[in-house]
Design a protein around this ligand. Structure first.
Ligand SMILES: [Zn+2]
Length: 137
């Protein structure tokens, strides 16, 4: 139980999206799309914050995206201190979502450009955790 009973208009939960990890393990970066109003979300949402429907569909973000902005992180937050420097970017995809995430370390920061074409891919870390990253398309 979350905040479903709180407030004048029901709050929706951002949790209940464990399938994201299962899909990453299978090589897919997924979003959710509301079947009621059509709005797409990444990170995925179990319930639609726009119309409060729980009728959401999981869809893969498989298009080639466009990098809108990026920054190089030199001073990492707690837990990321040993990962610096790394590049964070925001890219827009044809499925209707903007994704915030890491740009692959395979692309040196000097080569990252606004407008470059990127694709999303899962990335397994040394500690068995899994994330996604943006790779050159
Ligand atoms: Zn909706």
């Amino acid at each position: 139980m979350g905040f479903e009973k709180f407030g004048v208009v029901s709050f929706t939960s951002d949790a209940k999206v464990a399938p994201l990890v299962d899909y990453l393990e299978k090589g897919k970066v997924m979003m959710t799309k509301c079947q009621q109003c059509g709005k797409a979300f990444f990170p995925p949402k179990a319930d639609c914050p726009r119309c409060v429907s729980s009728n959401v569909e999981w869809l893969e973000i498989s298009s080639i995206g466009t990098l809108l902005a990026f920054t190089v992180v030199n001073y990492g937050p707690s837990g990321f201190e040993n990962d610096t420097p790394y590049t964070l970017g925001i890219a827009e995809f044809e499925e209707g979502v903007k994704v915030l995430g890491r740009v692959s370390k395979a692309i040196s920061p000097e080569d990252v450009k606004v407008g470059m074409r990127v694709k999303l891919a899962p990335l397994k870390l040394a500690n068995e955790q899994i994330i996604y990253e943006m790779q050159r398309s």
